[in-house]
Structure formats: C-alpha cells, structure tokens
Design a protein around this ligand. Structure first.
Ligand SMILES: Cc1ncc(COP(=O)(O)O)c(C=O)c1O
Length: 388
C-alpha cells in the first residue's frame, strides 16, 4: 500500500513532466492594477476578474469591516438553521431589482451556485444541453444532476436545434456561459432563448463575467440582449469584487432552491458582512460611477484589441477577457514568465482548463488599468513573443 505522500509525489511528477504543474504564490498587496508578488516585484495585474476595479476599493472594504462589526465575522450556520440575516435579504432584493426578476437567492460562490442549481432542475430522466466551452462549475453541476448530458459544439445553434428536436426527455435544460471564461466570446443568447422557447426547454445562463460589465446599470448580458432566461446566475466575485453568487429568477424557483439546493442547505451561509460589502459594491457599480468605470473598461478593451491587431493577432473586443492562444503548455508558460520579467502578470492557462493544443495567455482588462498600462502590456507582449 503506497503512502499518501508517494501517491501525491508521483502525480505531481507526472504533471510537471507534461508542463501542467500549478503552484500557489501569494500577493503581498491588495488587489488592484498594480500588485506585488516577490518582495519589491511590482507587476501590472493583467489576469484578475476585478473588471471594475472594486475588489480593493476602500468603500467596499469599509462596508465589509462595518458589516463585520455589526453582524460578526461568520454566519454560524446554514441559512435554514440560524445563518439567515437581514443583509442577505437586502442584497437579494437589490440583485432581483437589478435583474428585473421577482426574486434572487445567494450562494457562497459561483462554483457552488452552478453545482446547486443544475441538479434541482434536471435529474436522471432529463436532458441537459451544454456548450463544450462552459465553465467547469456548470460541467460539474451537470454531472451531479445525473441527467443525460449532450455537449454541443461551441455556439452551434444548428446542433442545439437538432438535439432539442429529437429528445423524448421529460425535461430539457440548456446551460451556457454568457461570456465564455477562457475565450471571452459571447453566447448567442437571443437565438438560444428562441430555440428553447420553441422546444419547451429551460434556459440557464451563467453571467459570472457579465454581471457589472454589460447591460444597463451593469445588469448583465441577458439585460443587454433583452433575454429573460428561466435561470440567470451571476457572481459577486468578479466585477463586483467581493465573493459569492446569486440566481435571479421567480419566487417559486428561489423557494424550491431553498428546499432542494444541496450547497445551500448543507453549507454555512455567506457571512452577512460579505452581503454588506456586496451591497456597497452594487451601489457603486449600478450608479453613475459604475457607468464611468464601464466606459474606462471598454476603452481599455478596445485599445488592447486594436494593439493586438497591430501585432498581427486580431482579437475581438467582445468582453474584457482576451485570450492569446499559443498552443502547447510550455510555450504559454515561457511567454508568461517573460511577461513577468517585463513587469506584467498574465498567467498561462493550460489543460484541463482549456482544450489540449490551445494553451494560452488569458488577458483580463480592468477599469483600474490606465491607457499607459494597456500600451505597456502590449509592448511587453511584443517583446515576450520575440524572445520566444
Ligand atoms: C463562467 C464561470 N462560472 C462560474 C465561475 C465560478 O465563480 P466563483 O469564482 O464565484 O466560484 C467562474 C469563475 O471562476 C466562471 O468563469
């Protein structure tokens, strides 16, 4: 019987040999456009999902501290026991108002939300259609549901139509990212909604990278596209700069989730202080300052995409996520290392996060970046590619 350390070391060696080993390295500074990793190593952060630059905002951090003073550090129990506090309800009301839905319900993370929601609405007698590039949390939600899962080619409406037409399943659920997390492109939400409506399927949209970034008052891509899916999930952890997630839906849907969603029922609730921080972040993101931050964000996205085009690598300006595909994992790691030497943090993304042969640098732009930082990032990328 091998010791657990022997098992771990053997697996780590295999990962390392394939260029797929990942390690942790803590930041020495709060989140922001500029961060410090090794002592004295200042880097422009080009790989955070802090799209509006709110994660390090003193007002949001202050609301967290004030919230903790008033409500304590932790919720102490699942919401169904004694972990349900007023700030969580206030936040749910604000999120529902933003989404234009009857209700909203919080989860501890986007990952937990997807694992929670999908199995409540699809089971062994049902069919789930899932875009091949959906986030791992949706994939895991599908697995937990024990439904039959048909993975369709990326954004392929003809495949969706075919799959929806032929199924005898009791219930059909189509799940998609709104913004694909590693490619930054958008799901064809209007077309997907029309196909689902025509075939009596439920549509679930993951707005993790769309909340705060798209739509009126940052309400998301569904709001921008005028789509009202049955289940709309979003996160508080990315543009809103805090942690946690929500589903915006009807009251009945939220009530059923309170009864059946295992990550909600069997897990300690999101601390109420975090709800206080998210309320402050939401106040900023949905107000005039949010509009200004979104304008800066989109200006940075367009500037970066134009710069890539000038490098001969046209990129869409569909979202703040801009992938730069390099192919094999070693090349991606080398280019990331070179960027870091040049003062820029943009991590290599490798399988299994992305399909084999598509290892990449995933750039993420933020309203916190200055135009000069965007230009410097492009110059660093040009140099890093030459050295490769
Ligand atoms: C599309 C998508 N859904 C869900 C998640 C999970 O969200 P969270 O980081 O809040 O767990 C992420 C991010 O990691 C994501 O990119």
């Amino acid at each position: 019987m091998p010791l657990v350390d022997d098992i771990a070391r053997a697996e780590l060696e295999q990962l390392s040999a394939r260029g797929l080993l990942r390690t942790l390295e803590p930041l020495r500074t709060p989140p922001g456009a500029e961060i410090e990793l090794r002592p004295g190593e200042r880097l422009v952060n080009l790989c955070s999902n802090d799209y509006l630059g709110l994660a390090g905002d003193p007002r949001v951090a202050g609301a967290l501290a004030d919230g903790a003073r008033q409500w304590g550090a932790g919720a102490g129990a699942s919401r169904l026991v004694s972990g349900d506090f007023l700030p969580q309800h206030e936040l749910e009301g604000a999120l529902a108002a933003l989404a234009g839905t009857e209700a909203a319900l919080l989860f501890n993370s986007g990952y937990a939300a997807n694992c929670a929601i999908v199995p409540v609405f699809a089971g062994p007698e049902d069919l789930i259609l899932s875009d091949v590039l959906n986030h791992a949390s949706l994939i895991d939600g599908c697995r937990l549901s024990r439904a039959r899962v048909e993975v369709f080619p990326h954004r392929d409406l003809a495949a969706v139509e075919r799959l929806l037409a032929k199924t005898p399943a009791r219930r059909k659920l189509l799940v998609t990212d709104a913004i694909f997390s590693m490619d930054g492109d958008r799901a064809p939400l209007r077309e997907l909604q029309a196909l689902c409506d025509a075939r009596g399927a439920l549509l679930m949209v993951d707005e993790a990278h769309a909340t705060g970034v798209f739509g009126p008052r940052g309400a998301g891509l569904c709001a921008q596209e005028g789509v009202q899916p049955a289940l709309r999930m979003g996160t508080l952890s990315k543009a809103l700069g805090v942690a946690g997630a929500y589903v915006a839906a009807s009251r009945a849907v939220c009530d059923l989730l309170v009864n059946r969603a295992r990550p909600l029922v069997f897990s300690t609730a999101l601390p109420p202080a975090l709800a206080c921080a998210a309320l402050e972040s939401l106040r900023i993101a949905t107000g005039p300052e949010g509009e200004q931050r979104r304008a800066r964000l989109w200006s940075n996205v367009r500037r970066f995409a134009a710069g890539l085009e000038a490098l001969g690598r046209p990129a869409s300006a569909d979202s703040p996520i801009v992938p730069f595909i390099l192919g094999d994992p070693d090349t991606a790691v080398q280019v990331a290392a070179r960027l870091r030497e040049l003062g820029h943090l943009a991590k290599a993304i490798r399988p299994p996060t992305v399909p084999a042969g598509t290892s990449r640098i995933r750039f993420a732009l933020s309203a916190a970046h200055s135009a000069a930082q965007v230009d410097a990032a492009l110059a660093a990328l040009r140099t890093a590619l030459l050295v490769k």
